[in-house]
Design a binder for this molecule. Sequence first.
Ligand code: ADP
Ligand code: MG
Length: 351
Amino acid sequence: MFENKDNSTTSIASLGEFGLIDHLTKNFKIKQKSTVKGIGDDAAVIACNSKNEIVITTDLLLEGVHFDLSYVPLKHLGYKSVIVNLSDVYAMNAEPTQITVSIAVSNRFPVEALEELYAGITAAAKIYNVDVVGGDTTSSTTGLLISVTALGTVKKGETVYRSGAKENDLLVVTGDLGAAYLGLQVLEREKEVFKVNPNSQPDLEPYTYLVERQLKPEARKDIPNLLNELGVKPTAMIDISDGLSSEIIHICKHSKVGCNLFEDKIPLDPQVITTCEEFNLDSTTIALSGGEDYELLFTISTEDYPKIKANPHLTVIGHMTHENEGTHLISRAGTKIPLIARGWNPIKDSE
Ligand code: ADP
Ligand code: MG
């Protein structure tokens, strides 16, 4: 049991998720020659042989914090628990190869429920061509817990870190943003309606894209290949799990650069725009802070611009500046607004 000798403790909320990780991990020293990159990127990088490196990443999903089984089907949950890890592998410009899956379950789950969970895991492993090579199974006194670890491989010299962005590089994002967060808002609203009127049938038709992005996200498996074909190596890359704003700040912090992000360039699906109007939410705020989009955010040298120009999967949303200029959103009206790393910060939010 933790002993509070002098009655002075620091709340986790005062550090936030990112501050807590920095605080807890600051004293780890790298001792192994094979550790190319330790803590601090989307995945750790381990030297493999003269040609390849291995990347490794892990994520934990906890019932009540990351998912609500009243509207998340177990099959989708299994699928998503794999996807969120593979997204981090692609963010290193690597190809996923293996996963391990660990679960903690209570007796309230029949075997059939866990079969559903594993059907989702199996589907993701098949589609993304990864082998399930191990894991752990234990009991839980509270909710369901799923922890997936993913391994991947990348040619030496092709690995892309958060730290390589240079001043004047262009900031590029794949796909569109904000839909997954809005999907969650729609599902939460339907849950409340159902509580009051269990006979009500939700009409999710206007929100199909949003709900799909929340319940069945995909990782951008196509992007490392696409960039390879186009002959573009990003200077820095990260996946968007916490919201555009905090991912930009991660790249800026690790690369020691600033950034101007242009509000009018942020790619939004039409359903995001109409649903934001309906929910009276600002679509830019949702794209910046929503999270769970699992798109890739990367920087490229301006010389590479002609190669990606007009590609339907890629949108240039800003450019990198000198570190001293800071990280800003340039609004539609031309106002410069500092970006803040609100991110998806359950530790801070729950306080
Ligand atoms: P991501 O959002 O890409 O999954 P995180 O923000 O979760 O990345 O983690 C950032 C970095 O901190 C990663 O390198 C991760 O491995 C590391 N990390 C996170 N939590 C811990 C922990 N409790 N102990 C050691 N390293 C951690
Ligand atoms: Mg990541």
